[in-house]
Every structure is written in structure tokens, then in C-alpha cells.
Design a protein around this ligand. Structure first.
Ligand code: FAD
Length: 767
């Protein structure tokens, strides 16, 4: 097996050594600058609270495995957990979190105040509105768990050395002072010191943890407790109460600042307001640990540094699950769970500046217990990336959200005067970041034409003598077609998991333009590209408008000498031309299910392109349209969004993407692992009450039992119903099947439908 050096014997390094050696990789050396196993890292300080519930299925899965493993190792006190609500908004959030628990297979219940009191006697029932109880949560004894996993690894041949500070990572190993330790693979698990050794986008922040004197009436073994409305958590420890606080300002530092009880005064007062009669603080610390821009860990290989991997920014809560996934990835070539949220390569270059990591890391700290809506935009630095149409969009009253650093219009206030259909009332949650204007934009697109800014969608140029052969090997569909052909294809991994869904436009014999999902696709293609193929990210240097709707041809035809008739410029083809003064590439594809083109130009021509389309659009009633309308339109048509509807955990057939797999085109990555009969299917549902619009990640139940979860959802303005896509057992995927969606504290009835709901024959696109 390869020689592996792991830097760091915290809980992550130890867990990884255990998981690697358990898979037969026994040449593992773990080095730590501190003494083993109380090294002085974050693990040494962690009070070890494990709350498994998480909006992310992957993170919840990591936590579940960690609980099972540490329980089996005898390092886990399964005392259960309670998260309390002191505001109606938090109580609603606890119901939402209960939904995540159901969706991800974690037993949980929302308790009354009296039930909270019964489990945690210091909690007076009149102080809380309710609580979320997870009986399998509890306390990991973090250093014991690290030691136990290290010992298991040592028994299989791993070697651990304390007091060995790695001073540099080298191409073929690591440097410890003047000594070179050779390795084929180096995994940096150095916790918050990671950035000193490798490009690790994390921010070390200090966090207050304090312990009271003995608490009267505190039974041992009470559940761990969270009071998110005041940024506090609690655990019992030898008759005293340990209290952690995120209520203070972020403290960026890589040395532990001294603890002063007066700094904790406000948090202690908040704690006493919940748990009356708490004694004073006896001791405390400011422990340091890692925060990333999006709160997720940093796992996997580092681009451009062969042999270097990261297992960074991981909580005790997720440590064993992360270690298992990274070990599978290393040993088997792919993890068994979807890691796209955690992949080291998920960030764009503009998200890797120290200032970005600093601003977003601090925000992740501040928001750690906040109620976050899926569409809540992140804060500074904004605006960071804007399309060339930005100024025009501001003038049209765009309401923006943000993703991958890009400003993205949700809708345009300038459209407020457009006719809006009769819509059912929305609850507060579903009304956030939504406007009836989105309905008007969606209908205007179906009736006339909408102009959609597609600039933030990632585009690559793949060029060179070997480009066609390379893409044939990477894509599930036949893409080595004549110049001008556009193909929808999947990027599969070796296990036939869907890594991405892409459009491949052949613009020349050796030149392809790809519309991809994210920087992960770029990294994947670059990692596989042979020497005679060049893969370039052209997103920032170009721009794109989706011109979609029945009047798209009328809008565009006067601007070009090209024949835009269906017979001359067919569906899924590409041409280069001019629109008035602007050189463009036009792809006849649509993400909304209407006639139309994606129009690409280089970025400096963007404002001129927008003005040209805008002026030409006046005569056909074109509107600027945002993402809120786009999501509704795409779901009416059943078009998937990668990362939400399907991931590398899903195979193409189950995801309803079998049409993009062409077994006749020869060998391609993932082909050998394709299986047509997966146990689950991505299904289209409509909500029976006609008004409840899920947000995504809600559990779906059949006969009261959780059977799946919602991926994307939106109100379908043309079909007049809320639409939700959901993964369900194949046996429940037949149209007409009744199910329920758990939405906050309600169970709303929904029905599986034949998809797509709108224009199932696709006649509107092909005309
Ligand atoms: P660490 O434990 O920091 O291990 C990294 C190791 O790398 C260290 O031992 C260090 O000595 C070594 N190292 C660094 N640089 C080098 C080098 N150059 N050469 C050799 N060795 C090096 N998480 C929870 O899940 N629940 C909690 O309740 C919880 N509470 C917390 C409370 C506090 C006060 C703190 C500080 C953290 C808390 N955390 C909690 C977070 C959790 O402790 C960490 O996320 C986790 O321990 C990180 O584990 P690690 O192995 O990645 O890092």
C-alpha cells in the first residue's frame, strides 16, 4: 500500500489512520507537534457535544456514523440532546430541523415545555416554548476517541510520533526540521494550523467555553442542551455546567487568548435567564478552531499539488464520518457519499482570497446558530462578481441573491406593473426572497419572451487536437459530432455517480464550449485531460443571455443575417454570428422549455449585447426575468439542477437522466458501473392543497413513515400548483401515488405526477 503521512493526531488524524488501516493501507505515519494524544489542538479542548441534525444529508450522515463508532468504542455518553425555543420563530425552526432529522433517518421529536422540564429539570417550563429532542445525541470523549482510534490503527501497523513538528510539505513527503519523511500521499489534518502548511481556506477563531461551580439539582446524565436564541450550549460535567458561547464577536487568532470571566458576563446572564440559580463561572478558556467560508469541511485532493490531501475544518461531531469518507476516497478512488459540499475544490478563485476567507469565516461564526433561509444571501464581500449587465439590472430594480461570488437577480421591481395571476397566499417562510413579480416574469416568458442573465453559469473552453476524444471518454453521451452540434451529457465518476450534467457545443474541429455546473467539473476535467487538451475557464471573460419564449425568434431575427428558422437553426445546435454590432455564439437550447437561444459574447461587449436585445425586445414585449421565475419554469419542465436534485451519489437512470446516456458511443468513464434498476427514483410531486411551497430537504412520508426527501420545489405558475421533486423508493414512484411532505409542523398531502407537467412533448421548444 502507498506510504501515507498524516499531519496531526487530533481526532481527525487519528480517525483517518484507523479508517485507512482498516481498509488495508497499513503504511501510515501520523506526526504531531504536541504530545500524544492530548496534543494541545482543538480536540484537547472540545467538550464533545454531538448534535447530529443538520440541513445537509452528508453532514448528518457523518455525525450518525461518528455516534455509532464512538459508542462502539466506549467513548460516547449517549445522553440525548435538547434544542430549546424561546421565540415562535425558533420553535418553527425546530420543527424544520425535526424535518431534517426525519429526512436523514435520525429519530427525533418536538417536545412540549413540560417534557423539556422532565428531561432537564433546571429548565422551567415557562421559559421555553418547546424543544427538539434527539435521544441518540450526546457527548463524545474526544481525546479518548482519538486515542482509541489511534490504538486500533497502531495494531494494524500505523506509527504515531508526538513532538514532531512538520515544517513543510514537500512533493514527496514532509519535512520535520532537517529531516525528510518520505511519503506517496500526505494528508493535512493539522486543524486550525492547516493554513500554515498548505493552501487551506479556513479562519481560526477563538470560542468561549466556561464551567460553573457545582449546580444544585443538576442530575448527572442530563441531555446536552442548546439555546440558539442566545448562542449558547450546555453540558453537565461532574455536577457542574459547561457553557459554550458564540455570542461574542469573532476573535480571529491562532493563539488561544486568555479567558476573563467578565467577558463571559453577558452569556452567563443569558444562561441564568434560561436556567435560574446558576452559580458563578469557576474557570474557562478561549479555545481555537476552524471556520470556513461556507461552514463545511475541506476534504480531498488539492489541485496542482499531486499527493496532497486535506481533512480540515472538521468538528468532533463529524470526525469519524469524515475519516471514513476520505479513506474510501483514497483507497477505493471514490467516496460512498456525496462530498460536493465539502470538496476542497468547490471554491472559485475569487473565494480564496484571505480577505474573503476572513469575512465569510467570521460570518459563519456569527451565524452558527442563526435561522438561515436557503435563499438568504451571504454578506461581505458583496458585490464581488457581477455580470456586464449589472448596471442595467440595477436600473431595472433587480433584487439579488448571491452564489459562488456572483450577484444573481431573483426578480426585477421594474416588472411590478406586469399582470400577476391569482396566487394562493404564502406562509412567512415561503414568502421570504420571493415576490409575485416572479410569477409575472414566468408567465411573460411563456407568453412572449424573457431575458435571463446566465453569465454566472460556468463555461469552459476545451480545445486541442485530443479534445474530441477526451470529451468522448469523459461524457455519457456521444459528443464527437459535427461542428455546430450541441449535446446534453453527464459527467459520471467511476461508480457511475452523476458528477455533473453539462452541455457540450462543438464550435470547431478541435474546439468545444461546455456549460458545466461548478468549479468541481473544471477540476475533474483538468485532472483527466491529456497533454494535447487544454481546459480553460472562460466564465469571467464572457457573458450570456437566455432569450427564451415564443417570441424569441421575432426578437432576434431582425438583428442577424442568419436564418433562425427551425429548419435552418435546429434545436440543440450552435452558430457563430453577429447580433447587430455584437459578435456572438448562439446555442439553441433552453432551461425553461420554450423556443429560444443562449446568446454568448465576450464580457466587454456585454452592455452592448444587453442594450441590443433590450431595444429589440420592446416590440415583442420582452421582460428581464430572474432566477425565481427560472426555477419555477425549469421545474414545470422537469429540468434537473445538479447538486440539488442529483449528485455523485445518484445514478443517471434513477435521476431520470437515462436519455443522456448513450451506450453505443464506446467506452466512457463510469460506463462499466452503470446499473439500470436502482432502488430509488427522482419523482415529480404536486402539493394537494395547491398552496404550500416547500423549500427543499423536507422529508416525504408514506403511511406516516419517512421514505424520501424533497430536492427542488417551486410554485408552477403555468400549471397552477406547487411542484416538488423528491427521491422516493421506486415502488412509490408511480403517478397517482399519494404521499405526505412534512412542512414545519404540518403534514401536507402530495401526489406523484407524470413528468414533465408542462408541454410533455416538447412542442414549444421545437418550432
Ligand atoms: P486538532 O485537534 O486541532 O488537531 C490538529 C493537530 O495537528 C493538533 O494536534 C496539532 O498539534 C497538530 N499540528 C498542527 N500543525 C502541525 C505541524 N506543523 N506538525 C505536526 N502537527 C501539527 N466540536 C464538536 O463537534 N462539538 C463540540 O462541542 C465542540 N466544542 C468545542 C469547544 C471548543 C472550546 C473548541 C476549541 C472546539 C470545539 N469543537 C467542538 C471543535 C472541535 O474541537 C474541532 O473541530 C476538532 O477537534 C478538530 O479536530 P482536528 O483533529 O481537525 O484538529
Amino acid at each position: 500500500s502507498p506510504r501515507v503521512v498524516i499531519v496531526g493526531a487530533g481526532i481527525v488524524g487519528c480517525a483517518l489512520a484507523d479508517e485507512l488501516t482498516a481498509r488495508g493501507w497499513t503504511d501510515v505515519t501520523v506526526l504531531d507537534r504536541g504530545p500524544l494524544f492530548r496534543t494541545g489542538g482543538s480536540t484537547s479542548h472540545a467538550p464533545g457535544l454531538v448534535f447530529q441534525v443538520n440541513p445537509s444529508r452528508t453532514m448528518a450522515g457523518f455525525a450518525r456514523y461518528t455516534v455509532e463508532k464512538y459508542l462502539a468504542l466506549g467513548c460516547f455518553d449517549q445522553v440525548g440532546s435538547i434544542e430549546v425555543a424561546t421565540t415562535p420563530e425558533r420553535l418553527a425552526e425546530l420543527h424544520r430541523r425535526h424535518g431534517f432529522a426525519l429526512a436523514w433517518g435520525i429519530a427525533a421529536r418536538v417536545l412540549s415545555p413540560a417534557e423539556c422540564h422532565a428531561l432537564f429539570p433546571l429548565l422551567e417550563p415557562d421559559r421555553v416554548l418547546g424543544g427538539l429532542h434527539v435521544p441518540t445525541d450526546g457527548l463524545a470523549r474526544a481525546v479518548d476517541a482519538a486515542r482509541a482510534q489511534a490504538q486500533a490503527a497502531i495494531a494494524r501497523g500505523a506509527v504515531f510520533h508526538g513532538r514532531q513538528e512538520v515544517t513543510a510539505l514537500e512533493d514527496d513527503g514532509v519535512r520535520v526540521g532537517d529531516r525528510h519523511v518520505p511519503a506517496d500521499l500526505v494528508v493535512c489534518a493539522a486543524g486550525y494550523w492547516g493554513p500554515k502548511l498548505a493552501p487551506v481556506p479556513l479562519l481560526p477563531l477563538a470560542h468561549q467555553y466556561a464551567v460553573t461551580g457545582p449546580v444544585r439539582g443538576l442530575p448527572s446524565g442530563v441531555p446536552i442542551l442548546r439555546h440558539q436564541d442566545r448562542d449558547l450550549y450546555f453540558r453537565e460535567t461532574a455536577g457542574c455546567l459547561g457553557i459554550g458561547s458564540y455570542a461574542h464577536d469573532p476573535m480571529p487568532t491562532d493563539v488561544e487568548p486568555p479567558f476573563a470571566a467578565e467577558q463571559f458576563a453577558a452569556s452567563l446572564a443569558d444562561a441564568r435567564a434560561l436556567l435560574p440559580g446558576l452559580p458563578d463561572i469557576e474557570h474557562g478558556l478561549n479555545g481555537v478552531f476552524s471556520f470556513t467560508p461556507d461552514g463545511f469541511p475541506l476534504l480531498g485532493p488539492v489541485e496542482g499539488r499531486p499527493g496532497l490531501w486535506l481533512a480540515e475544518a472538521v468538528w468532533v461531531t463529524h470526525s469519524a464520518g469524515v475519516a471514513r469518507a476520505v479513506a474510501e476516497w483514497l483507497v477505493d478512488g471514490r467516496p460512498s457519499v456525496d462530498l460536493h459540499e465539502c470538496d476542497t475544490q468547490r471554491f472559485e478563485e475569487a473565494q480564496l482570497s484571505p480577505s474573503y476567507v476572513n469575512a465569510r469565516g467570521q460570518r459563519a461564526f456569527v451565524e452558527v446558530y442563526d435561522v438561515i433561509h436557503p435563499l438568504d444571501p451571504a454578506g461581505d464581500p458583496r458585490p464581488l462578481r457581477v455580470s456586464p449587465f449589472y448596471a442595467r439590472h440595477i436600473a431595472l430594480g433587480a433584487r439579488f441573491t448571491e452564489g459562488a461570488g456572483w450577484e444573481r437577480p431573483l426578480w426585477f421591481e421594474a416588472n411590478a406593473g406586469l399582470p400577476v395571476p391569482d396566487l394562493p397566499p404564502r406562509d412567512v417562510w415561503a414568502a421570504r426572497h420571493w415576490s409575485p413579480i416572479a410569477a409575472a416574469e414566468a408567465l411573460a416568458t411563456r407568453e412572449r419572451v424573457g431575458l435571463f442573465d446566465l453569465t454566472p453559469l460556468k463555461r469552459l473552453a476545451v480545445t486541442g487536437p485530443g479534445a474530441a476524444a477526451f470529451l468522448q471518454r469523459m461524457c455519457s453521451n456521444h459528443v464527437d459530432r459535427p461542428v455546430g452540434a450541441v449535446t446534453y451529457a453527464l459527467l459520471l465518476d467511476e461508480g457511475a455517480g452523476v458528477r455533473g450534467d453539462i452541455t457540450v457545443a462543438r464550435l470547431g474541429p478541435r474546439e468545444f464550449q461546455l456549460g458545466v455546473n461548478s468549479s468541481l467539473d473544471l477540476a475533474w476535467l483538468r485532472a483527466h485531460a491529456p497533454a494535447d487538451v487544454h481546459v480553460a475557464d472562460i466564465t469571467g471573460g464572457t457573458c450570456c443571455v437566455g432569450v427564451w419564449g415564443p417570441a424569441a425568434r421575432d426578437l432576434l431575427a431582425p438583428l442577424t443575417t442568419l436564418d433562425l428558422a427551425h429548419e435552418a437553426f435546429g434545436y440543440f445546435t450552435a452558430r457563430r454570428t453577429h447580433l447587430d454590432a455584437v459578435p456572438v455564439t448562439m446555442l439553441r437550447v433552453s432551461y425553461v422549455g420554450e423556443l429560444g437561444w443562449e446568446v454568448y459574447a465576450s464580457a466587454e461587449l456585454g452592455p452592448r449585447l444587453w442594450d441590443t436585445l433590450w431595444a429589440a425586445g420592446a416590440s415583442v414585449g420582452a421582460v428581464a426575468a430572474g432566477r425565481s421565475a427560472l426555477t419555477s419554469l425549469r421545474l414545470e419542465k422537469g429540468y434537473r439542477a445538479w447538486g440539488v436534485d442529483m449528485t455523485a451519489q445518484d445514478d443517471p437512470y434513477s435521476a431520470g437522466l437515462g436519455f443522456a446516456v448513450n451506450l453505443a458511443h464506446g467506452d466512457f468513464v463510469g460506463r462499466a458501473a452503470l446499473r439500470p434498476d436502482g432502488p430509488r427514483a427522482l419523482c415529480c410531486l404536486t402539493v394537494d392543497d395547491g398552496r404550500t411551497v416547500p423549500a427543499g430537504r423536507e422529508p416525504v412520508l408514506a403511511d406516516g413513515v419517512p421514505v424520501g426527501h424533497v430536492t427542488s420545489a417551486a410554485y408552477g405558475y403555468s400549471v397552477g400548483a406547487p411542484i416538488a421533486y423528491a427521491w422516493l423508493p421506486r415502488a412509490l414512484s408511480t403517478p397517482g401515488q399519494p404521499v405526505e411532505i412534512a412542512y414545519f409542523d404540518e403534514r401536507v398531502a402530495a401526489t406523484v405526477r407524470a413528468a414533465p407537467l408542462f408541454d410533455p412533448t416538447g412542442s414549444r421548444i421545437r418550432r
